[in-house]
Design a protein around this ligand. Structure first.
Ligand code: CA
Ligand code: CA
Ligand code: CA
Length: 137
Protein backbone atom coordinates (compact mmCIF):
# COMPACT_ATOMS: atom_id res chain seq x y z
CA UNK A 1 0.00 0.00 0.00
CA UNK A 2 2.69 2.46 1.04
CA UNK A 3 4.82 1.35 -1.87
CA UNK A 4 2.01 1.86 -4.32
CA UNK A 5 1.51 5.37 -3.01
CA UNK A 6 5.20 6.09 -3.31
CA UNK A 7 5.24 4.84 -6.88
CA UNK A 8 2.27 6.97 -7.78
CA UNK A 9 3.97 10.01 -6.29
CA UNK A 10 7.17 9.26 -8.16
CA UNK A 11 5.21 8.99 -11.39
CA UNK A 12 3.59 12.34 -10.90
CA UNK A 13 6.55 14.24 -9.52
CA UNK A 14 9.42 12.71 -11.42
CA UNK A 15 7.79 12.32 -14.79
CA UNK A 16 8.79 8.76 -14.13
CA UNK A 17 12.41 8.44 -14.58
CA UNK A 18 14.01 7.68 -11.27
CA UNK A 19 17.19 6.97 -13.22
CA UNK A 20 16.93 10.30 -15.03
CA UNK A 21 16.53 12.20 -11.79
CA UNK A 22 19.55 10.45 -10.37
CA UNK A 23 21.76 11.08 -13.35
CA UNK A 24 20.79 14.73 -13.60
CA UNK A 25 22.84 15.45 -10.51
CA UNK A 26 25.53 12.89 -11.05
CA UNK A 27 28.48 13.57 -8.73
CA UNK A 28 32.10 13.31 -9.88
CA UNK A 29 32.55 9.95 -8.27
CA UNK A 30 29.59 8.46 -10.12
CA UNK A 31 30.96 9.88 -13.33
CA UNK A 32 34.25 8.16 -12.68
CA UNK A 33 32.50 4.84 -12.11
CA UNK A 34 30.48 5.40 -15.29
CA UNK A 35 33.73 5.62 -17.20
CA UNK A 36 34.98 2.48 -15.52
CA UNK A 37 31.81 0.56 -16.28
CA UNK A 38 31.79 1.56 -19.95
CA UNK A 39 35.53 1.66 -20.56
CA UNK A 40 35.86 -1.85 -21.96
CA UNK A 41 39.47 -1.47 -23.12
CA UNK A 42 40.41 0.04 -19.74
CA UNK A 43 42.38 2.98 -21.09
CA UNK A 44 40.66 5.41 -18.74
CA UNK A 45 38.67 7.15 -21.49
CA UNK A 46 35.58 6.45 -23.56
CA UNK A 47 36.01 6.16 -27.31
CA UNK A 48 33.22 6.24 -29.86
CA UNK A 49 33.11 2.47 -30.14
CA UNK A 50 32.53 2.10 -26.40
CA UNK A 51 29.93 4.85 -26.44
CA UNK A 52 28.10 3.33 -29.42
CA UNK A 53 27.93 -0.09 -27.77
CA UNK A 54 26.69 1.42 -24.54
CA UNK A 55 24.05 3.48 -26.37
CA UNK A 56 22.81 0.37 -28.17
CA UNK A 57 22.58 -1.54 -24.90
CA UNK A 58 20.60 1.27 -23.28
CA UNK A 59 18.31 1.45 -26.29
CA UNK A 60 17.46 -2.23 -25.88
CA UNK A 61 16.94 -1.81 -22.15
CA UNK A 62 14.60 1.16 -22.57
CA UNK A 63 12.65 -0.40 -25.42
CA UNK A 64 10.14 -2.14 -23.18
CA UNK A 65 7.68 -3.14 -25.89
CA UNK A 66 10.54 -4.47 -28.04
CA UNK A 67 9.42 -2.81 -31.24
CA UNK A 68 12.04 -0.99 -33.34
CA UNK A 69 11.75 2.39 -31.68
CA UNK A 70 11.73 4.34 -28.44
CA UNK A 71 8.67 6.48 -27.94
CA UNK A 72 8.43 9.36 -25.50
CA UNK A 73 7.01 7.16 -22.80
CA UNK A 74 9.90 4.72 -23.03
CA UNK A 75 12.37 7.60 -22.97
CA UNK A 76 10.73 9.11 -19.89
CA UNK A 77 12.65 12.22 -18.86
CA UNK A 78 15.85 11.11 -20.54
CA UNK A 79 15.56 13.80 -23.20
CA UNK A 80 14.03 17.24 -23.03
CA UNK A 81 11.33 17.98 -25.58
CA UNK A 82 13.84 20.05 -27.51
CA UNK A 83 16.45 17.29 -27.51
CA UNK A 84 13.83 14.81 -28.64
CA UNK A 85 12.80 16.92 -31.62
CA UNK A 86 16.43 17.44 -32.60
CA UNK A 87 17.10 13.69 -32.37
CA UNK A 88 14.08 12.75 -34.48
CA UNK A 89 14.81 14.08 -37.99
CA UNK A 90 12.02 12.08 -39.66
CA UNK A 91 9.54 13.56 -37.15
CA UNK A 92 7.63 10.36 -36.47
CA UNK A 93 7.86 11.04 -32.70
CA UNK A 94 9.89 7.93 -32.06
CA UNK A 95 13.61 7.25 -32.10
CA UNK A 96 15.07 4.31 -33.95
CA UNK A 97 18.25 2.74 -32.69
CA UNK A 98 20.08 4.58 -35.50
CA UNK A 99 18.68 7.92 -34.36
CA UNK A 100 19.53 7.15 -30.75
CA UNK A 101 23.10 6.19 -31.62
CA UNK A 102 23.39 9.22 -33.92
CA UNK A 103 22.42 11.46 -31.01
CA UNK A 104 25.03 9.82 -28.78
CA UNK A 105 27.61 10.22 -31.57
CA UNK A 106 26.77 13.90 -31.99
CA UNK A 107 27.15 14.52 -28.25
CA UNK A 108 30.39 12.54 -28.25
CA UNK A 109 31.86 14.81 -30.92
CA UNK A 110 30.66 17.93 -29.12
CA UNK A 111 32.18 16.72 -25.87
CA UNK A 112 35.50 15.74 -27.44
CA UNK A 113 36.89 19.24 -27.24
CA UNK A 114 40.50 18.31 -28.02
CA UNK A 115 39.36 16.10 -30.91
CA UNK A 116 41.46 13.06 -29.97
CA UNK A 117 38.53 10.66 -30.40
CA UNK A 118 38.39 9.89 -26.68
CA UNK A 119 36.46 11.37 -23.80
CA UNK A 120 38.29 11.76 -20.57
CA UNK A 121 36.64 12.61 -17.24
CA UNK A 122 37.00 16.34 -17.80
CA UNK A 123 35.31 16.17 -21.21
CA UNK A 124 32.53 14.01 -19.81
CA UNK A 125 31.90 16.76 -17.28
CA UNK A 126 31.02 19.26 -20.03
CA UNK A 127 27.40 19.96 -20.90
CA UNK A 128 27.53 17.65 -23.91
CA UNK A 129 29.44 15.05 -21.91
CA UNK A 130 26.83 14.98 -19.17
CA UNK A 131 24.03 14.77 -21.72
CA UNK A 132 25.87 11.89 -23.35
CA UNK A 133 26.28 10.02 -20.08
CA UNK A 134 22.53 10.18 -19.54
CA UNK A 135 22.06 8.31 -22.83
CA UNK A 136 24.55 5.55 -22.30
CA UNK A 137 24.10 4.30 -18.79
CA1 CA B 1 38.28 3.18 -23.44
CA1 CA C 1 9.37 0.84 -28.18
CA1 CA D 1 39.11 14.05 -26.00
Amino acid sequence: MALRKMLATALVVGGFSVAGTFVASVPAQARQSAIQALDTDKDGTLDLDEVTKAAEAVFVRLNKDQDDTLDREELGSLLTAQEFVAADPDKDSTLTKEEYVALATKLFKQADVDGDGKLEAKELNSKAGRALLRLIR
